[in-house]
Write a protein that binds this ligand. Sequence first.
Ligand SMILES: [Zn+2]
Length: 321
Amino acid sequence: MLNFSRRDFVVSAGLAAALGINTRLVVGPAYAQKTPDPQKPFVTYKVGSAEVTAIYDGIWEKPHDPAFIANASVDDVKAAMVKAGLSADFVSIPFTVAVVRNGGKTILCDSGTGGQVQPTAGKFMANLKAAGIDAAKIDVILISHFHPDHIFGLMEKDTNKPVFGNTEIVVSDVEYKFWNDPAVIDRLPEARKPLARRIQAVFPTWKNIRQVTGESEVAPGIRFVSSPGHTPGHRAFHLSSGNSQLMLSNDTAYVPALVVANPGWHGQYDQDGVMAEASRRALLDRVIADKIMICGYHFPFPGAGTIAKDGTGYALTVMKT
Ligand SMILES: [Zn+2]
């Protein structure tokens, strides 16, 4: 869901300042992270016979910014963070990558930040290794959408060399076509242009990207679920094994304290706020109706839980581990 790569910080510090981004990230020494990393940065749980491992990549303690939620004030955002038991000092945005083992395959769900989004994130590869998972043995990578925090883990910093050059990368055809249209650069807001340029310089040169249409089965027991709005081709992932199911929300419902509790809030990183809200409500209603588990890339680590209706919104109950 993030707008800025580290490179963007360097080239657009003025813009970052204008948007209320903490420019200490550009010029300061090591950023003092207030949230401790989880003691154990990988957690494995079962969904039927499938095994899901949540791997911690890091956190963005996002400074408050009146532009972050279009239809809520900074005070509203602070109150929502406190209600969820989090600090009001910043918006807590952790990054958690899921690895699913099912049907004899090891499936990576998004790729982490690659250490190129925030100085307080980029621990995915080390934590993957700590979890005993060999990056070279990942069979397939599913990508939810092309925002930096979900795809920069695919490409080396500066060189753009592929990190997973021999692994199939499955993406939505809608998402691929949107970002790779040369005309899109003129239409995007300034802060998004470098992202589109990087995608266009890299992805068309890779032979291991497979575009899929609609809600195809993309790996054993996993289907794409169309959930547009955050980006045009955003996909959630639905894992099914026996009688158990898990909905990987990805960024359909990104920070639960904000947009699960208040599904009508339109975030700055939702490209189409109205469409994103409709996708979010549909996904959360489906999870409730089907009584299944949900996890999210920006949920509090390890990120899995259940959803219930709560007044005009929804409430996430995080799984005990
Ligand atoms: Zn995101």
